[in-house]
Structures are given as C-alpha cells and as structure tokens.
Design a protein around this ligand. Structure first.
Ligand SMILES: Cc1cc2nc3c(=O)[nH]c(=O)nc-3n(C[C@H](O)[C@H](O)[C@H](O)COP(=O)(O)OP(=O)(O)OC[C@H]3O[C@@H](n4cnc5c(N)ncnc54)[C@H](O)[C@@H]3O)c2cc1C
Length: 501
C-alpha cells in the first residue's frame, strides 16, 4: 500500500514536494489556507489588469543552468515564454545622468568606465567578480543533507572556484562595495541599484544574479508568478496529487513524538504517514506544534529575527504604452517632493513598467508596480482601525501617482486602476510571519546560516521552503521541495526517482 504524505501549504515549495512525492510513489495531499496555490508567488486581477506579486527574475531559464532541469521536471519549462532583459535597472540622477546596469557584462563594464574613468580599477574588480561567478555551476542534484564524504569531496572540487570566490566576496556587504567608488554619481547610483535597504546583504548574491542575467539564465516568465504556480499546480494534479484549498491547518497532530496528521481550522482531522510543513516557519513551530520541538539555535533565530522586510506594493493600470523601458528591476528616479510611507520619507521612486508582458494588461495598456520596504508593526497597529488603514492606502496611491505624473507627464489622467497591498495583505493571504515575503535575510555575517529540515525529538515530520532555506527565492523553493522528498525517500529506503511530463 502507498504511504501517505500530508503537505501543509501550496506555495512553490509545497507544490514541488507534492510533485516529487507523487513521482516517488507517495499518496500526497496538500492543505492550503488560501483559495489558490502559489503562496507568495502569485498575482491578482483588478479591473482587467493583472498585478504580478512576485517575479523579477527566475533562475534556471537557460538549459545550461542546473536549475533548468527542475523546472522541466515540474512541467514549467516545456513551451514557456521567457523574456531576457537587456538591463537590470536604470538609476536616474540629477542633470540627466543615468547609471544603467546592463545584463551584458562587457557593455556594463564599458558604461561604468564611461561614467567614472577614475574608478577603473574598482570597476574591473567588480566586473571580474561577475565573470568569475559565471563559471560557477551549482550542484543541486542531491540534497546536501544526504551527502556522503565522497559527495562532499566532489562538491568541494566542483565548487572550488566558488569557495575561493566566496572567501573574497561572501563577507563584503553591499554597503562597503558601494563606498569604494570615488565618483560621487556612480557611488550613489550603485548604492541605489544594489544597496538601497539591503546594506548588509552580501554583494556575492548580486554578482551571481548579474552573472545569471549575462548568461540569459535568469529571465522573466511571461505571465509572472501566476504562470509559474499554475504550471506546477497542473503538473501536481496530473501526477495524481490532491490539492485542498481554503483548508487552513491549525495543529499538527502528534502521538508519542510522531507527527501523525493535521487538524484544520474547520475542526476536521486528517491522518498521514509523513507530514511536511511548507508553510511559514513561525506558525509551524510555535502555533501548529506549540513550540514543543525546537532547539536553542533555531529559537535564537526566531527570537532575534533578521527578515526580508515587508512591503507596501502599489499596482497601477494605465491606459498607455511605454517605449524601451523594460528591465528586470525597473527604473529609479529622484523625487522633488519626498513620499512618506509609515512615517518614513522616501526621496526616490523605483517603478517597474511591465511593457514586456502583454498578458498582464489589455492591448495598448500597461501595468506599473512600485514597492517600498516598510515597517510591519506600523501596519499591524493601523489595521485595527479599518478606516484609517484604507485612507492611508489611498493617500499612498495618490502620492505615487503624482510622483509618476511628474516623471511621465500626463500619466495621472491615464490611471484606470490602482491597488495597494501592505504587510497585512501578505500576512492574511500567505500567513507569512511579520509579512516577510522571503523569510530570513542573509547578511555578510549570517551567510552560512543553516537550518534543519527536521525538528528535534519529532519523528515523521519535515519542514521545507524559505523558512529553512535562508535567502529564499523561487528556484530554492522548488529545490527545497525536491530535497525534502529525497530525504523522505532515503529514510524509507526508496530510490529517489524523477519523471518528465
Ligand atoms: C514581491 C516579491 C518578489 C519576489 N521576487 C522574486 C524573484 O524575482 N525571484 C525569485 O526567485 N524569488 C522572488 N521572490 C521570492 C519567492 O517568491 C519566494 O521565496 C518563494 O515563492 C517562497 O515559496 P515557499 O513555498 O517557500 O513559501 P510561500 O510562498 O510563503 O508558501 C507557503 C504556503 O503555505 C500556506 N500556508 C501558510 N500557513 C498555512 C496554514 N496554517 N495552513 C495551510 N496553508 C498555510 C500559504 O498560504 C502559502 O501558500 C519574490 C517574492 C515576493 C513576494
């Protein structure tokens, strides 16, 4: 008889775990609290427009990249429509100066040298960092938890260029990298492009991203987050998996320190041989399991959380098109009048103009998206007063539209739709702790932060996803679901198998 597996949460991790569980002969069921799958990898429709809530770049869109294989197994890569941007971001300064982070490394190097000839040496070192990263191939076939000593040695050998490289760049925070430029415009623009609110973020992640963009291995999937999660959901259902939406898990049922099932918010109980939580880590450990299974190290992470900050996310539908503005992370321009959000003043506005995705807007019209990092506690408190909460959202939309109208004269009159999401929106729809959209924020100090996929003293239970894979991201989520299935198979003495659709 098939062993049964219950998966909590139908984000990319949960869907992936479900697909690989089905491929390996488990009878899986996913319980998802929202009315659709995808988790934070989503989008929402408003007045004929679709606001993408997730995707900037998807690592693994080139067959030469190791993640491509996973997207194939999950039924995403077959026939997908990928846009490879020429630019990562354009940062406008005063007096018409623009720093464009080109995806092509040679072009980027030339452009940076034209902007700041005095920074030639620092630019060459930075560009070399990107080039070095492009030689690194991530070994992702096997879950690191299952490495034998020989696998470890093989990995060291494959990753040798990266280890050397990590030694040099892994501990450099983005903030320090920006300070090395003498040229004031390049220093400030580099800071806007790569540092912004992520000053402690290790520069190495940005170097890797630029390397992937150069290789056309981190494109945008047309249709955005919804296209990705819909494709994996289809694959899951075609493999025979069962998806139960509007099914919030309140408790994980435990008998003699063995996870044996889940209790839903409607009071029904469901039993399974293996329980995997791909939901928010805090809810899993402290609410579903009442904090009974946790070691001091993990508790320390939760007591003193360093998380990706939550967002205020403004989507606009405008009845006009744009010329040649497409890029991975949009454009940033200075504001003559700062925008205040949750008590914090912003002197720049970053806007993503989705002129490259015709599926998101009616013909001749475009979706724009503006996002700001924000303070969770501010919004939590404000949410208690619905009228003030809604008024604040309207006032933010107004400020943003006014600022965009100054940069693109006449735009305000063309706005047909606006929508403002806050940390409360993420919390409500995905349960994500403190509204964080990507879990633990790596810093130069915590780059080697490791979290276990099991909890001490609890058998038959696993965790997967961005709350046990610091840094998060879509490929990591898909890989985490794959890895946790490998771990389960190993425990059950089964050979891990994959299939292609
Ligand atoms: C604005 C934004 C931009 C991003 N940009 C990128 C990008 O460009 N590239 C990239 O690689 N990544 C990006 N990410 C990150 C990426 O989307 C996430 O890291 C990834 O989708 C996380 O997947 P997950 O399945 O681990 O977690 P989640 O998506 O959080 O999934 C958890 C699931 O569990 C469900 N759940 C929670 N509690 C319960 C419960 N009690 N009962 C039942 N179900 C429950 C939730 O509803 C959710 O569906 C972005 C994210 C956001 C929000």
């Amino acid at each position: 008889m098939k062993k049964s597996m219950i998966i909590i949460g139908a984000g990319i991790t949960g869907l992936s775990a479900g697909c690989y569980g089905q491929m390996n002969g488990y009878q899986t069921r996913i319980f998802e609290m929202h009315d659709k799958s995808g988790g934070v990898c989503t989008g929402w429709k408003r007045k004929g427009y679709t606001i993408d809530g997730c995707m900037h770049w998807l690592v693994g869109t080139n067959p030469a990249n190791s993640f491509y294989h996973i997207w194939e197994e999950l039924g995403v890569a077959q026939g997908w429509n990928i846009v490879d941007h020429e630019r990562y971001i354009s940062v406008e300064g005063e007096g018409g100066k623009v720093f464009t982070v080109y995806a092509h490394i040679d072009r980027l190097e030339q452009h940076m040298k034209e902007l700041a000839p005095e920074d030639k040496d620092v630019i060459e070192e930075f560009i070399k960092g990107v080039r070095d990263c492009s030689h690194v191939s991530m070994p992702i076939e096997k879950a690191p938890e299952l490495y034998s000593p020989i696998d470890g040695l093989k990995m060291m050998f494959t990753m040798f260029p990266l280890l050397r490289f990590m030694k040099k760049w892994g501990k450099v925070p983005s903030r320090d990298a920006a300070r090395r430029f003498q040229n004031p415009f390049l220093r400030a623009a580099f800071s806007t492009a790569f540092v912004a609110d992520f000053a402690d973020f290790p520069l190495v992640f940005m170097l890797m991203t630029l390397a992937w963009l150069h290789q056309k291995a981190a494109g945008y999937l047309v249709g955005g987050g919804l296209a990705l999660s819909d494709a994996i959901e289809r694959r899951y259902l075609s493999l025979g998996g069962q998806l139960h939406c509007k099914s919030r898990v309140d408790k994980i049922l435990v008998k003699n320190d063995k996870a044996v099932g889940v209790r839903l918010a409607d009071g029904t109980e469901h039993h399974g041989d293996i329980i995997i939580s791909a939901a928010d880590g805090h809810t899993t450990i402290f609410d579903m399991l009442d904090g009974r299974y946790i070691d001091e190290k993990t508790r320390g992470y939760y007591d003193n959380p360093k998380l990706f900050p939550p967002l205020v996310y403004i989507g606009l539908g405008v009845a006009r098109s744009f010329d040649n503005v497409s890029s991975v992370a949009g454009m940033s321009f200075p504001l003559d009048k700062p925008i205040t959000i949750a008590g914090q003043e912003h002197k720049r506005l970053g806007v993503q103009i989705y002129d490259f995705d015709p599926t998101l807007a009616p013909k001749g019209k475009t979706v724009l998206k503006v996002q700001f990092n924000t303070d969770y506690d501010y919004w939590k408190k404000l949410r208690q007063e619905p009228e003030r909460y809604n008024a604040e959202k309207e006032q933010i939309a107004e400020q943003v539209i006014t600022a965009l109208d100054r940069r693109f004269p006449g735009l305000a009159a063309k706005v047909e739709m606006h929508d403002v999401a806050t940390p409360m929106t993420w919390e409500r729809y995905t349960g994500s702790w403190r509204g964080s959209y990507e879990g633990w924020l790596p810093s130069a100090q915590s780059i080697r932060m490791h979290m276990s996929k099991t909890l001490p003293g609890l058998d038959n239970f696993y965790m997967a996803g961005q709350w046990v894979e610091p840094g998060g991201g879509l490929p990591t989520a898909a890989m985490s679901g794959r890895n946790v299935t490998q771990i389960v198979c190993k425990k059950d003495k089964r050979r891990f198998e994959t299939t292609m659709p």
